[in-house]
Each structure stands twice: as C-alpha cells, then as structure tokens.
Ligand binder design. Structure first.
Ligand code: OVM
Length: 396
C-alpha cells in the first residue's frame, strides 16, 4: 500500500474497431501491465483486473459516478444528456431514485410476470421452428425483450423499436466522440423527443413499471419532476443490455453444442446458462468513475479528478479469479462476476433481465434439439456494449 509504483502506460485504444473485434487479448495485456494503466490515446486510467475493478465498484466515495460514468467529465464539459438520477449520481442523492427502482423492480413485483414471459418465449420458439432458419439477433434477442419489456413498463405498441437506436446512442455516448458515436447520434433529436414523451405519466398505461414510478412521486419518494427521469432510466438501461445478453447466450449455446446438450438434458440450468453468458460476453463492457481525491490503485498513484475506466469484461475473465475463464461452462461457480456491476450501482433490473434470459433459454431447451450457425456472424460495435448485429441460425 505504501510503496509507489511507476505508472505503466499503453497506447491501446479501447474504443477502436481493432479492440472491439478481439477484446480478449487486449484485456490480457491490460490486466498484466499493472493494477492501473495509463492510456495515452485518451489520457485516462484503465483498470482490468478483477480485484481492482471490484474494489473500485465498492468505493463510491473515491470513485464517483456524479461526474459521469463515461469519458466525459461533467465537472469540465456539458453532459451529452441530462444526467441520470441513478446512474450518474452518488449517495445520498442516488439513493432516492434507486430506492424507488428497487421496489418497482423487486422480485415480489416481478413474480406476476413469470407466466407471461414463459408463454411469450414458447410462442416465439414455435414460430421460429416453423420457419426453420432465423436471425437470432433480430428474431430472438431483439424481438423478445421488445415485447415483454415495453409491456411490463406499460408502453403503447407504436414505435417500440425506437428503444434500440436510443440505447445505441446512449451507450455509445459513454465513449469518445469517435465514428461509432457520431453514426449513432445522427437521428438523436427524434428519438430523444420520443423517449421524453414516453416517460410522461399520460403516455403510460395505468398499471406497469411506468405507472409504479409515477405513483412513487404521489407518495413523495421522488418529485413529480423527477418521475419521468426515472422512467427514462429504465427505458435506457432495460432493452439494449438484455438484447446483448440474450444474443450472447444464444451465440454461446450455438458455438458450444456440448453446453446446449447439458441444458437440454436439464432445462432448469437455463438460469445458469444465461448467467454464464453474462460473465462470458459481459454485455456492458465498461464504465468510468472519476476520482474525488488523490488515491492509489494497487500502489499506482492516481490524482484527484482523473477518469478511470473499469473493464468489467476483462475482470470477468481474469484467470486470477476464475478457473479456465475463457471456457463457457454453464455449471461453473460464477458467483461474484461483475457483469451486472457490484456495489451501490449494481444493476437494479437484474431480476427482470434474468427472468427474460431464463424464460427464453428454457423455451429453447425444451423446444429445440439443435442450433446450427448457418451464415456469417456479424458483431455490432458500440463504445460500451458488446453484442451482435447478426447471428443466422437453423433450429431443429
Ligand atoms: C440511466 C442508465 C443508462 C444507461 C445504463 C444504465 C446500465 C442506466 O439512464 O439511468 O445502467
């Protein structure tokens, strides 16, 4: 702790196409370079080891979210959008909105959705089996969340697909203003206006997560001005993330037929198969924190006001934490993975996300004997999310 290390540095660009195409070897380089590495391209710090990422996630007082969890420093630049009341705040301010979401998205409030989730997943698998081949990204990983999530929120049917470009914009905005970002925000005006409208009480059904959030304002837990912002948070965080997660799970099961065979033999492993895909592919790859004072990470001194990039995906494949980390193994003990984060900001929608994953993988395990990749797999590059653009599969 007292010994000061020379700061290792690297010219790796973690927001480049080369990085996104094959992140794992860069992750290994960063993990092995030191506990914190200076990235010369952006003048930021990078942390890729499990122990260090986990420690940062649990130290919100030093590693703050209030100056933004992207590369932008809200203390120096105007935020890209009105800052989120949960994601981009620290306790105690954070806790009011968080407590509302904790209740709205609690296991108890979610129980009533389970039968609907299973029925929708079974019906989707039946339709896809009849068609024979499909694109697992558009036809499953996007289709399923775009049905069950807006239904649960209480959104109208029209324009639900706007949630995808919206998520793509916001998750790109946590990175630098590179071409991934500028391409994503081209139609930002229309989509942002739509999201703002959808967050208002009168745009939402009288029951559902949206109505529940506005009802919390009636009880004084948040203000009526804050309620649409809290709805915005679930619309931002609730779709693209689960699209990437479901895509990751299906991609894993299609690539590793021995794991799909295990799942088919015991469909109660569906939940574990989804969880392991979240560790293995880590849909949300990175988030930043900003230091509130001079500190150190593993003996590397870090000054106050520095942006520190946490590589959740690298932490989830750290061989110092997980045995044989590059194997997708649905029976491994992966508790402690940081695919949903950890600490005060740990994913508030994880119960919902896991329910989607469990329902979809259960339906596939029961209804499908084999999944074959039958065309070129294409990745979708995004400054924060790791996911696919296309996964052609044949279902048997
Ligand atoms: C929010 C928000 C946005 C993106 C992600 C997220 C992963 C939350 O607006 O609160 O959590």
């Amino acid at each position: 702790m007292s010994a000061t290390l020379d700061a290792p540095s690297s010219d790796i660009d973690p927001f480049s196409e080369a990085f996104f195409a094959d992140p794992h070897r860069f992750h290994a380089t960063l993990r092995d370079a030191g506990p914190a590495v200076r990235l010369s391209v952006y003048n930021i710090w990078a942390v890729a080891g499990y122990a260090e990422v986990h420690a940062m996630l649990h130290d919100w007082e030093i590693f703050s979210s209030a100056r933004g969890v992207g590369i932008q420093d809200f203390a120096r630049e105007k935020p890209f959008r009105l800052p989120s009341l949960v994601l981009e705040t620290d306790p105690p301010k954070h806790d009011r909105a968080r407590n509302v979401l904790n209740k709205v998205l609690s296991p108890g409030n979610m129980r009533g959705l389970k039968a609907r989730f299973a029925a929708e997943a079974d019906a989707l698998v039946a339709r896809l089996l009849a068609a024979g081949t499909c694109d697992a990204v558009t036809d499953i990983a996007e289709e399923y969340p775009l049905t069950v999530f807006p239904d649960a929120v209480g959104m109208p049917k029209e324009n639900r697909r706007f949630l995808l470009p919206y998520g793509n914009m916001v998750f790109n905005s946590f990175g630098p203003q590179n071409s991934f970002f500028t391409d994503a925000v081209r139609d930002a005006g229309v989509v942002f206006d739509w999201v703002q409208r959808q967050s208002q009480r009168d745009a939402l059904a009288p029951t559902g997560f949206g109505a529940d959030i506005h009802a919390a304002a009636d009880r004084g837990e948040i203000t009526h001005e804050e309620a649409p912002m809290v709805v915005r948070s679930i619309l931002t965080a609730g779709v693209d993330t689960t699209v990437s997660g479901l895509g990751a799970a299906i991609y894993c099961l299609a690539r590793y037929p021995d794991q799909f065979a295990k799942l088919r033999a015991d469909p109660t492993l569906a939940r574990a198969a989804f969880e392991e895909a979240v560790r293995y592919e880590t849909p949300v790859q990175t988030f930043f924190r900003t230091t509130t004072r001079d500190t150190e990470i593993g003996g590397v001194p870090i000054a106050e006001g520095e942006k520190v990039l946490m590589f959740l995906g690298a932490a989830n494949r750290d061989p110092r934490r997980f045995d044989n980390p590059d194997a997708y193994d649905i029976t491994r003990k992966n508790a402690g993975h940081v695919g949903f984060g950890s600490g005060v900001h740990e994913c508030v929608g994880q119960v919902f996300a896991r329910m989607e994953g469990e329902a979809m993988l259960t339906a596939l395990a029961r209804g499908v004997t084999a999944m074959e990749i039958c065309g070129p797999v294409k990745r979708r590059y995004n400054n924060t999310l790791r996911g696919l653009a296309s996964l052609p599969i044949r279902l048997h």
